[in-house]
Design a protein around this ligand. Structure first.
Ligand code: GLA
Length: 357
């Protein structure tokens, strides 16, 4: 059998939605994401050559590259980074034909890039018998994103894609990388709607917020904002940095409260408070996100709602009464449309909507 005739090995990984704990991961704090049903699949097989051919179905694009000649295409840099980092872990990587297909919506804050990185590394682990556990895979995936895709992210997305399940949330301490399963409140379900607005300022705004957090921690003499013990300590900061740090401090507290078996109503209140903090103290919301979140919060089938992911556009997450999510989505999106916006339902995705009763 020639190398190209072997059946491909397929690595898979899900996207994620973060329920609580936004902009806390790069401050060594706590996050509470859950995996979504939509997945990315990376099929790979040795091609008998020394280079790589990467086909991305969703983009209708193909890239060819090797270790010596990295791909100029941005979409290929995620996969290239994973290959380089797996090789640095000691793997002998042959030339490969790689094909990517994905159901994870792109560019809305559901971690399509983390799903691609984790799926690629899982494929390599299986193909080459690599001894990488799921936390190590998340760490390598995050490095691929930072060092090769040039996005200075925290580790939440890659940890969630690598370790979270779809039927319960995952509490992650992003300092120690310890994780604990947290069941969703009884009789509740997760709904994700896209605000339909692009995350145009996400990269510059994200880096600016990171810089502000680092400046706040430095002025307080702390290694990171995780080490702030009392809210009053923030009084020493100038006004802007105090608000940024207050978001991180209160958001960490909200995650820990939600993880202590909060009921649906209490969990929802924490999500609402998170949105207010992201809007007022952290200033990463937009008028469209605020509108969509208000419509969700006002619906009787919703326990709580907030923007999710980095902000500056993209998606909102709501905790709904189980069984009410489709009605919530239809009614809220109709009102959002009447207000002049174009939103859409992302989770439950189209393939699950029928079964979600
Ligand atoms: C993006 C980053 C994550 C995290 C969130 C904000 O999704 O990739 O690391 O910082 O923003 O919570």
């Amino acid at each position: 059998m020639k190398p190209g005739d072997a059946p491909p090995v397929v690595g898979q990984a899900p996207g994620r939605v973060n329920l609580l704990g936004e902009h806390t991961d790069y401050n060594d704090g706590f996050v509470l994401p859950i995996a979504i049903a939509q997945r990315t699949r990376v099929a790979m097989r040795p091609n008998g050559a020394s280079g790589f051919t990467l086909r991305a179905e969703a983009l209708g694009a193909t890239a060819q590259f090797s270790f010596e000649s990295p791909p100029p295409e941005h979409f290929a840099s995620y996969v290239y980074g994973c290959l380089v980092l797996a090789r640095a872990e000691g793997a002998e990587i042959p030339g490969l034909d790689i094909s990517v297909s994905s159901e994870v919506p792109m560019g809305v804050g559901l971690s399509s890039s983390a799903a691609l990185e984790v799926a690629t590394l899982r494929g390599l682990r299986e193909l080459l018998g690599l001894r990488l556990d799921d936390v190590r895979i998340a760490q390598l995936a995050q490095r691929a994103e930072i060092e090769y895709a040039q996005v200075r992210c925290g580790i939440m997305d890659q940890m969630a894609s690598s370790l979270a399940a779809t039927d319960r949330a995952l509490l992650i301490d992003t300092r120690s990388l310890e994780c604990r399963d947290v069941p969703l409140p009884a009789r509740s379900t997760v709904l994700v709607l896209d605000s339909g607005t692009p995350r145009s300022l996400a990269a510059s705004g994200y880096n600016q917020r990171r810089g502000e957090c680092e400046a706040a921690a430095a002025q307080l003499g702390k290694a990171s904002l995780r080490d702030v013990g009392r809210l009053e300590e923030l009084d020493a900061l100038p006004e802007l940095l105090r608000r940024r740090a207050r978001h991180v401090f209160t958001e960490n507290a909200r995650v820990l409260r939600a993880a202590q078996a909060a009921d649906a109503a209490a969990f929802g209140q924490l999500m609402n408070a998170s949105h207010a903090s992201l809007r007022d103290d952290y200033e990463v919301s937009t008028p469209a996100l605020d509108r969509l979140v208000s419509l969700l919060q006002a619906h009787p089938g919703v326990h709580g709602a907030r923007l999710t992911g980095a902000g500056f556009g993209g998606a909102c997450v709501a905790l709904c009464r189980a069984g009410a999510e489709q009605q919530v989505a239809d009614e809220v999106l109709a009102r959002y449309r009447a207000a002049g916006h174009e939103g859409r339902q992302l989770v439950p995705g189209p393939q699950q909507a029928v079964a979600s009763t």
